[in-house]
Design a protein around this ligand. Structure first.
Ligand code: ARG
Length: 286
């Protein structure tokens, strides 16, 4: 009997993985510390090393620059240690930035700071009426916005998104406090309309949401618990290159098998705040 290896031959039944040059906003973690606890990853009793956080973040920054991305920077503000997680600063599509309105008082001043940045860089800003944490919970895939709720962004914010962008918004309910933002539980690998492809952790969602995801994305990559537990899903893809946590080894293999080019980076220090690659990255879509 012969054993056949499904992935030994190059597959022809899937779309070519083509990188698209990205434009992103980042915030250097100059004031990063863990002094409050708003998610289970954070423990103010554990020491944090700000200079190591900056060094690790710099590797991510240089990775994006080397990939040819346009990388914009927002000035970090003292006293806002979570500002490094730029994904939460808003959600930007069609040159319109829907501002963030943070759940916890500790992060609330970040909302206006990011909105000021958007305004002064040529984006139209939509002031939020509802609590939402930007691209941490909102992911564009094809022409659809996947929108997380359960811990941070509210259902009402999903309605605002639909009104603002005139696109389909699919609400997904998160149920595991360790995966409190959508971008910790689901990763958009290819957002090209017609060849949408994602990876996710099924157990992070309630039954109804899990069914919606399985129906919409039948060929999704399902990651294992170990890779999810190092925030492996908190990754950033340009359609071919996928920047991921270097410790998410099985996810790395899965990505290769699906024709992507995974690039591992170590953000262990920022993991102490409950964030990884994607959390540090806000996509700017003009
Ligand atoms: N400490 C931050 C918080 O709990 C981490 C945010 C992570 N960001 C993300 N996009 N998942 O709000």
């Amino acid at each position: 009997m012969s054993i056949t290896h499904e992935d030994a031959e190059p597959r022809t039944d899937r779309p070519a993985r083509i990188p698209t040059r990205r434009s992103v906003l980042m915030c250097r973690p100059e004031h990063f510390v863990v002094v409050y606890r708003i998610n289970p990853w954070m423990d103010p009793a554990l020491p944090t090393d700000t200079s190591l956080a900056v060094q690790q973040w710099d590797v991510l920054y240089r990775t994006y620059v080397d990939l040819g991305y346009d990388v914009q920077l927002i000035e970090p503000i003292e006293g806002l240690p979570d500002m490094v997680y730029a994904a939460n600063g808003g959600f930007v599509v069609d040159n319109v930035a829907y501002g963030a309105s943070f759940t916890y008082p500790e992060r609330q001043p970040e909302g206006p700071a990011y909105m000021d940045w958007f305004r002064s860089h040529g984006f139209e800003v939509a002031e939020p009426r509802s609590v939402n944490e930007g691209e941490g919970d909102f992911l564009l895939v094809g022409d659809t916005i996947l929108a997380g709720t359960g811990f941070r962004s509210t259902d009402a914010s999903h309605g605002e998104l639909a009104e603002l962008y005139g696109r389909e918004v699919v609400s997904l309910r998160l149920i595991d406090p360790n995966f409190y933002h959508l971008d910790t539980a689901l990763s958009v690998l290819d957002g090209t309309p017609g060849q949408e492809h994602i990876a996710y952790l099924p157990s992070a969602f309630d039954d109804a949401s899990r069914a919606v995801i399985a129906e919409r994305f039948p060929d999704a990559i399902v990651v294992n618990d170990e890779d999810a537990a190092v925030l492996g899903l908190n990754s950033f893809s340009d359609g071919y290159n996928v920047v991921i946590a270097s410790s998410a080894v099985d996810f790395e293999r899965q990505l290769r098998e699906h024709g992507y080019n995974p690039i591992g980076v170590d953000l262990s220090e920022l993991l102490l705040g409950g964030g990884g690659v994607k959390c540090c990255t806000l996509e700017l879509r003009r």
